[in-house]
Design a binder for this molecule. Structure first.
Ligand code: ATP
Length: 218
């Protein structure tokens, strides 16, 4: 059974860094589908974010036409904080115990994993695939990692073809096209009344402009 990719994020806004991560991981890991799951109110990040309906709409526009990409709104519908471990548990309930699930993370997100709610339970629910990200060089990556996380990485390290052999519990890391793009930079660019064109899909930029998101600060 081909693994299903799970890709969470704030997507505020979605950009080509996200889309290439999903596309390249889908190819390399032979994922059946990738579920994009925009976060509701993330527990470990406190600054205000763009309304969930706008972030959902931007993801929908960005992934339209890719039959492997699916928008999943289960986190934004929650009237409370969303934890990845609960999101994975709800997917596991729906998809059954044998379906391989694979949580897709950028290297920065993986480095922060030990701060996540019940982080060690994640491995019982899904595999984790970590994509390289500019600013997090592989040479120093392991040094930046808490010891407990490094131990998990070493114990669970696997090859992409292993991901079909179990439903959860393995870790893979992959190089992807290095795109030094962040949503923070895109928001800052728009707020400075400059153009973020070619960092994100035109349809998303058109949506941002039509809905007057990320306006320059007065
Ligand atoms: P922000 O700048 O607002 O923190 P972001 O651009 O990092 O946002 P998120 O929505 O927080 O985007 O990221 C969702 C996931 O995508 C995370 O796992 C993150 O590591 C990964 N990711 C985001 N941008 C890139 C990129 N350019 N290359 C690789 N991974 C990325």
């Amino acid at each position: 059974m081909k693994p299903i990719g799970i890709f969470g994020g704030t997507f505020d806004p979605i950009h080509f860094g996200h889309l290439r991560l999903a596309e390249e991981m889908a190819e390399a890991l032979e994922l059946a589908t990738v579920h994009f799951i925009p976060a509701g109110t993330p527990p470990h990040r406190t600054r205000p974010r763009t309304d969930a309906h706008h972030r959902l709409q931007m993801v929908q526009l960005a992934i339209a036409g890719n039959p492997r990409f699916v928008l999943d709104n289960r986190e934004v519908g929650l009237p409370r904080l969303s934890f990845t471990v609960e999101t994975l548990a709800s997917l596991r309930d729906e998809l059954g115990t044998t379906q391989p699930l694979c949580l897709l993370l950028g290297a920065d997100a993986f480095l922060g994993l030990t701060t996540w709610h019940r982080w060690q339970d994640l491995f019982a629910l899904a595999h984790i695939a970590v994509a390289h990200r500019p600013g997090f060089p592989q040479s120093t990556w392991k040094d930046a990692m808490p010891e407990v996380l490094r131990a998990e990485l070493e114990a669970r390290m696997a090859h992409p073809q292993d991901l079909t052999s179990a439903a959860a519990g393995l870790l893979v890391t992959r190089p992807i096209t290095a795109l030094d793009i962040s949503a923070t930079h895109i928001r800052d660019t728009l707020r400075a009344a400059r153009s973020p064109r070619y960092l994100l899909p035109n349809v998303v930029l058109d949506y941002i402009q039509a809905n007057q998101l990320y306006l320059p600060e007065n």
